[in-house]
Structure formats: structure tokens, C-alpha cells
Design a protein. Structure first.
Lengths: 356, 177
């Protein structure tokens, strides 16, 4: 059995990133991701890497852009307010087709908000990380182990598709401790970075990394080509988990820390004889639309309940995915309040059997 | 399955105590989780810590209905007294909590941990005294196993800390209320 370490989720991301060959970390401090930056500052210099606290989030994301353009595996991490500041740079990174990993350990918002866990950056992460026609791959871990595993996966996906990848966690996952192993997963085949701006002594034509295209037709082609890449991502990279969905009457849809609490609520519902099941998206983009739609086609499934730590964001994607074939409801707490299994169970009982 | 809630002021070592439980649980091969909840301040303020030690994969890491409550100040006790499951355990630091539980469906233990720590030159180790009591009454894990794990967890550069922790642990374990 692989060696297990007791670690905070934030530390697990940092350690997994270093093991994945991340050589550069640029950040600006913010709760509740602090342990991640701290771990990088402590460990990067010892392990042939560099960790730098930039003068601002805007500077940090542009350092990421530069390092990625030079072909390095690079990461930055922050929380909601920092992502808002970084969004210009993120859009430039997308427009330049550069790989990198961006971590958002979510806290309550809007504004400075609070420092307790939330999932209210779902819309931002999946729809509006920057201006322009664009997506990022968004991965949503639900345990400290997945914080590590999905970090390695994020770096591979970024390199394969030449796109930034976001790890969307939250303050609870970031600060909780669980056992984690860093066992090596099978490596995916990675393309050569023959587009990178590295020194070559005139041995080849120089590369250009750029996101400015003055001619509309030229810009349109870059965007259309990028959307072909998104189609591939939607075909090949959807990840999700199902729990007791086979005979379920009501499906809870939840991701991240909320899916853990929902799982307890589902178990409690089953003990009461209510046929509840859980569907957990692991990729928020690409969203597991087809898989949810297949569930909606099942006779026994009558109702969907999206449980989120926000006022109702993913619920709209659930409705779209199943074309409103079945009733879809939302239950959420926000501002840093974590829902309890009992609250979720109350909502399961309220909605089971369809609209009342 | 044990869902444990440790609660008190910031600075009392609530998070440290919880960490010792999950570390020992992990060494036993159990599924464990540790979730802190505290404000932005380093000391003072309220602080609590959810610990799960289980044979099966852990669902919610947040403990809302503890099997065991360790309370180290009055506000924490008052906040969580009603949440403890029927048949559960409460361990209260009676030097800081001057009332008793009104519930008769739980097993309550009163130990003046802060006073015992002060009297024995173990200032700041009331948390470990509480752990001693917990291992005595909680049927979570074996005395020697936990004590060894506690000793091994202190940094190698400061072996004295391990000794002091073990001393505090024994005081709690052997205390009769």
C-alpha cells in the first residue's frame, strides 16, 4: 500500500503540483488558500523550483502567462476576489493557447465577502472567467485525495489541450485534513511544446505567443479552431461519479464538499426508505450533460435536486442538460454557511415524488 | 463510527487535539477526516474542530451530531450540548464550565483539565488532559497505542514536548471524577 500522509487539501494540491513537475508558482496571499502558497514558498526552493509572491494578483497571472509561454509547468492559486483580478490575464492566456493550472479555493462573496467555504464562483468558473468566447477546463475535487489526484490530471489536460485548467475547490476542502497518497498514476501522452518561446540560437523560425488579431476573419478562425478543441474536450474528458442512482426516484446533483454532505443525506434517506441517489460532476466544464440526460430518460427517476453552497448556479446547467424533462429544484446555503445532512434530507423529503 | 466535536477558545489547542485523534486513527488504518472552523484571529474567538474516525468512507466531514463532544469553555458547551446524539458522550473542562448538563440521555464526564494542567506545571496542555479522559471513556482506541502515537508526533528536535504530552495524557486518563 502506498504511503499515506495526513495533509490539508491546500497542501495536497501544492505537493501534487511539485510532483507533477510544476517548476514555477506565482501567487498573492488570500484566505482560505494560504497553506498552498506557504507550502510552495517552503518547498519549491528545495526542489528545483521557484515560488514567488507577486506584488498583486494581476502581476501573478501575467507571470504565469510569461512562464507558460516559455514552456514551463506553472501554477497560481487564489480565492474568488483574486480570480476576479486575474480574469483579464486568464482571458489572455486562453487567447494565447497557453497551458497552466489556476486554483480557486472558494470563499463567500460577493466583494471581500468572508473567509468561510462557498461555491458561489461556479458561474464565474464555468461561464465567465474572462472576456471573449472561451472556456477553461474546470475540475472539482471532493476530497483531499482528489485535490492531489486532480492536480496531476490538471497539468496533463493543460498540456494536452494547450489550455488553462482550473481546480475549483473551497475553503473546507482546502483546510481539512485527510489521508492522501501521491502514488503515480499512469502518465498520459503529452505533446511536444514546439510552440514555446525558448532560446534556440537561430536553429528554427522563431515562435510567437500572442492574443491580438486585428483582422476579424483571422481572429474568427483562431476562435473557431479553439472551439473544435473544446468539442474534443467535451467528447473525451467528462468525469463524474454516480452513487445509488440505479433505482433512485430523486437524484441529488452536487459537487465538491457539498457532494460529501449530500452523500450522507442520501444514506440517511435510504434508511428512511426514500430512494435517493447522488450524481457528482467532477468536471464542471465539460459538464456531464449526456450522463444527466440519460438519467432523466429513466422512468424511475422523477426529480432532480441541485444542492450547492450558493443561491442556485449549477441548477441551471442541470435544467439545460435534461431539457427540463423532469422537475429540477435547488437547495443551497451561501455566504460561508455549510449545509447539514439534515437540511438536505428535509429537502429530499420535500421534493421526492415530484412537484407538490 | 465516531463523530467527534472538539470546541473551545482559540489558543487552547483544540485543533491540535483533533489532529492527534486523526493521526492515530489513520495509523490504525481507519478512514479519518479533520475539519477546522475558526475565525481570522490567532488567539481568542471560538474555535471548533470536526473529527471523523470510521471504518467506511467518510461522507460529510462536518460533524453536526457528535457521538462525542469535548467542550473546553462555556459558550461552546451551550452551543453544542443539544447536538450530541442520545447515548453519546460529553467531556467537559469543569474548571471553565461551571454548570452541568441537564440531559440524562448522555454520559457526561467532568474534568477540571485547565486547573490540573496549571497544578502540574503543564500550562497549555489541558487539551491533552481532555484527550486522556476521552481515550479512557470513549472506547475509540487502546491506551498504549494512542500514547505512543502522541509521543511519536512531537518533533524530533523537541523530545521534551512528547514527554510533557504523555504526562498530561496520563493525568487525564487516570482522573476519577
Amino acid at each position: 500500500m502506498a504511503q499515506k500522509y495526513l495533509m490539508k487539501g491546500n497542501e495536497a494540491i501544492a505537493e501534487a503540483a511539485i510532483r507533477a513537475g510544476c517548476k514555477l508558482f506565482f501567487g498573492y496571499p488570500i484566505t482560505p488558500q494560504t497553506e498552498l502558497s506557504e507550502y510552495m514558498a517552503k518547498n519549491m526552493p528545495k526542489r528545483e523550483g521557484l515560488s514567488l509572491q507577486a506584488e498583486s494578483e494581476v502581476a501573478a497571472i501575467n507571470m504565469v502567462l510569461g512562464a507558460s509561454a516559455a514552456g514551463a509547468r506553472v501554477m497560481t492559486s487564489t480565492s474568488g476576489p483574486g480570480i476576479s483580478l486575474k480574469s483579464e490575464g486568464i482571458s489572455y492566456i486562453v487567447g494565447s493557447d497557453l497551458p497552466c493550472v489556476i486554483v480557486n479555493v472558494q470563499r463567500g462573496g460577493p466583494g471581500l465577502g468572508g473567509i468561510q467555504p462557498a461555491q458561489s464562483d461556479y458561474n464565474q468558473a464555468t461561464k465567465a472567467l474572462g472576456h471573449g468566447d472561451m472556456h477553461l477546463i474546470v475540475l472539482a475535487p471532493a476530497s483531499v485525495q482528489e485535490m492531489a489526484t486532480l492536480t496531476g490530471e490538471a497539468f496533463d489536460l493543460a498540456d494536452i489541450y494547450r489550455t488553462p485548467v482550473m481546480l475549483l475547490a473551497d475553503g473546507a476542502l482546502g483546510q481539512m485534513m485527510e489521508p492522501v497518497d501521491f502514488e503515480e498514476k499512469p502518465h498520459r501522452a503529452l505533446p511536444k511544446k514546439d510552440w514555446a518561446c525558448t532560446g534556440h540560437g537561430g536553429s528554427r523560425k522563431h515562435n510567437i505567443v500572442n492574443s491580438l488579431y486585428i483582422e476579424p476573419e483571422v481572429l474568427e478562425k483562431t476562435v473557431v479552431d479553439r472551439f473544435k478543441k473544446y468539442e474534443q474536450i467535451e467528447q473525451n474528458e467528462v468525469k463524474y461519479e454516480e452513487y445509488l442512482t440505479e433505482d433512485a426516484e430523486i437524484i441529488i446533483v452536487a459537487y465538491g464538499i457539498t457532494s460529501r454532505i449530500a452523500k450522507t443525506a442520501v444514506r440517511n434517506a435510504r434508511e428512511k426508505g426514500i430512494k435517493a441517489g447522488l450524481f457528482r460532476p467532477i468536471t464542471l466544464y465539460p459538464f456531464p450533460e449526456k450522463q444527466l440526460d440519460a438519467l432523466a430518460d429513466k422512468e424511475n427517476i422523477k426529480t432532480f435536486l441541485s444542492v450547492e453552497m450558493n443561491m442556485g448556479q449549477m441548477v441551471k446547467d442541470v435544467k439545460l442538460a435534461i431539457s427540463c424533462k423532469k422537475d429540477v429544484y435547488h437547495f443551497g446555503r451561501t455566504g460561508g454557511v455549510i449545509p447539514t445532512p439534515d437540511e438536505i434530507l428535509t429537502n429530499i423529503e420535500k421534493y421526492v415524488g415530484g412537484a407538490k | 463510527m465516531s463523530a467527534i466535536l472538539l470546541a473551545g477558545f482559540g489558543g487552547q489547542g483544540i485543533l491540535f487535539a483533533g489532529k492527534q485523534l486523526v493521526r492515530a486513527g489513520m495509523e490504525l488504518g481507519k478512514q479519518v477526516s479533520w475539519l477546522p472552523s475558526y475565525g481570522p484571529e490567532m488567539r481568542g474567538g471560538t474555535c471548533n474542530c470536526s473529527v471523523n474516525v470510521d471504518d467506511d468512507a467518510i461522507g460529510s466531514p462536518l460533524v453536526t451530531k457528535p457521538d462525542i463532544l469535548i467542550a473546553m469553555n462555556l459558550p461552546s458547551f451551550q452551543k453544542f450540548e443539544e447536538k450530541v446524539v442520545s447515548g453519546g458522550i460529553m467531556i467537559l473542562d469543569s474548571s471553565l464550565i461551571n454548570i452541568k448538563t441537564t440531559r440524562n440521555d448522555v454520559n457526561a464526564y467532568y474534568i477540571p483539565a485547565t486547573r490540573l494542567a496549571d497544578e502540574n506545571g503543564l500550562k497549555g496542555l489541558a487539551n491533552v488532559i481532555m484527550l486522556g479522559k476521552l481515550i479512557r471513556v470513549g472506547s475509540l482506541m487502546d491506551y498504549k497505542f494512542f500514547r505512543d502515537s502522541l509521543q511519536a508526533s512531537s518533533p524530533k528536535s523537541k523530545p521534551m514536548l512528547g514527554e510533557l504530552n504523555c504526562k498530561a495524557f496520563d493525568i487525564g486518563y487516570n482522573y476519577e471524577d
